[in-house]
Design a protein around this ligand. Structure first.
Ligand SMILES: *[C@@H]1O[C@H](CO)[C@@H](O)[C@H](O)[C@H]1NC(C)=O
Ligand SMILES: *[C@@H]1O[C@H](CO)[C@@H](O)[C@H](O)[C@H]1NC(C)=O
Ligand SMILES: *[C@@H]1O[C@H](CO)[C@@H](O)[C@H](O)[C@H]1NC(C)=O
Ligand SMILES: *[C@@H]1O[C@H](CO)[C@@H](O)[C@H](O)[C@H]1NC(C)=O
Ligand SMILES: *[C@@H]1O[C@H](CO)[C@@H](O)[C@H](O)[C@H]1NC(C)=O
Ligand SMILES: *[C@@H]1O[C@H](CO)[C@@H](O)[C@H](O)[C@H]1NC(C)=O
Ligand SMILES: *[C@@H]1O[C@H](CO)[C@@H](O)[C@H](O)[C@H]1NC(C)=O
Length: 265
């Protein structure tokens, strides 16, 4: 009886460490130009089952030469060939049902290029996204013409791809919202930031009306000119007719006057 009791305690004692949360041996840091990244994980006991590595809820396959899985059953190693900043994130080694351990592959933040400028119609909404790579997630500070923007009834800041406040949303854009918008993505872990700017212009929503009015005015003026010309032409034609009919009469007069003039000389 006593023996069975003892064995039960012993089994419980041995089994307990199997379920313990395990630790990360050393997170790897991404640097631009690295040829490989080595992530490893350390489990204090167990490790008989082959591990499966996960990244963003997807199990990683040893296909191609992108990922290589080495190490020992208790200290599995994941090697990533030609890593990019997109590979940064949290990796999990799953030991079946026994344990999981996570490794952070960290990278300083980088804001991807934005369009240089954009136009938005007055009273429309402005929606700008700061597309950031890096891990852990960065925290964004937005500036307009160098002045920090804070959240208000009209200005909303939303998380984007896990990065805090990376999306700026302004409702009912006014002319005063025009300016240079800057996204500053800051990482506490790296104590470094990445910055990109774009120029926002606010257009008059009925701006298209003015050229149309111009065209209409031009057509009307043209119509008036054509009408006047036609009227003048008609009048000239009538006068020409009148002159033609008067010419014979006038000529007689003229001849008479000439005669008179000649007399004077
Ligand atoms: C990545 O690059 C950095 C700086 O160039 C270097 O210190 C580090 O050892 C490299 N890591 C790997 C795994 O190659
Ligand atoms: C695994 O972690 C334990 C406890 O932190 C440490 O004593 C041991 O040296 C580590 N083993 C390896 C292979 O890193
Ligand atoms: C992974 O799955 C969890 C739970 O289903 C979810 O909350 C999380 O957003 C997922 N992560 C990614 C990167 O898809
Ligand atoms: C390990 O992670 C997976 C997926 O998140 C989860 O289903 C499982 O319960 C975890 N196992 C342990 C022992 O924590
Ligand atoms: C890995 O990153 C997560 C999320 O930022 C953090 O909670 C966790 O403490 C990190 N792990 C280590 C070992 O630094
Ligand atoms: C802008 O915000 C950043 C981060 O919160 C802060 O460090 C900085 O002092 C602020 N600048 C001004 C002028 O308020
Ligand atoms: C962060 O970097 C700035 C300079 O870039 C430095 O003045 C400051 O002391 C650093 N802060 C920490 C906590 O390392």
């Amino acid at each position: 009886m006593d023996n069975i009791y003892f064995i039960t305690i012993l089994v419980a004692f041995i089994a307990a460490p199997l379920a313990r949360a395990e630790n990360e041996v050393g997170g790897s840091i991404f640097y631009f130009g690295n040829k490989t990244a080595t992530l490893s994980c350390n489990i204090t006991s167990g490790g008989s089952t082959p591990v499966t590595w996960y990244f963003q809820n997807t199990s990683l396959k040893e296909t191609g030469d992108r990922y290589t899985m080495t190490g020992t059953p208790s200290t599995p190693v994941l090697e990533i060939k030609k890593p990019t900043r997109d590979d940064a994130g949290q990796y999990t080694a799953n030991f079946g049902t026994t344990a999981n351990c996570t490794v952070n592959y960290t990278a300083a933040p980088l804001v991807l290029d934005m369009v240089k400028s954009m136009s938005v119609e007055k009273d429309d909404d402005l929606d700008i996204v700061c597309d950031i790579r890096g891990y852990p997630p960065a925290e964004v500070v937005w500036q307009r013409n160098g002045v920090n923007l804070t959240e208000s009834a009209l200005i909303q800041l939303r998380d984007y791809n896990g990065h805090i406040n990376a999306q700026l949303y302004i409702e009912d854009v006014q002319y005063s919202d025009e300016g240079t918008y800057t996204c500053i993505a800051y990482s506490h872990l790296f104590n470094s930031s990445s910055t990109k700017s774009l120029v926002v212009r606010v257009k008059n929503p009925i701006a298209w009306v003015w050229p149309l009015i111009g065209i209409i005015v031009e057509i009307v003026l043209l119509g008036i000119v054509i009408f006047i010309c036609a009227k003048l032409d008609k009048r000239r034609a009538i006068r020409a007719d009148f002159n033609d009919t008067n010419q014979s009469v006038g000529q007689g007069h003229g001849g008479a006057r000439k005669h008179g003039g000649d007399k004077h000389d």
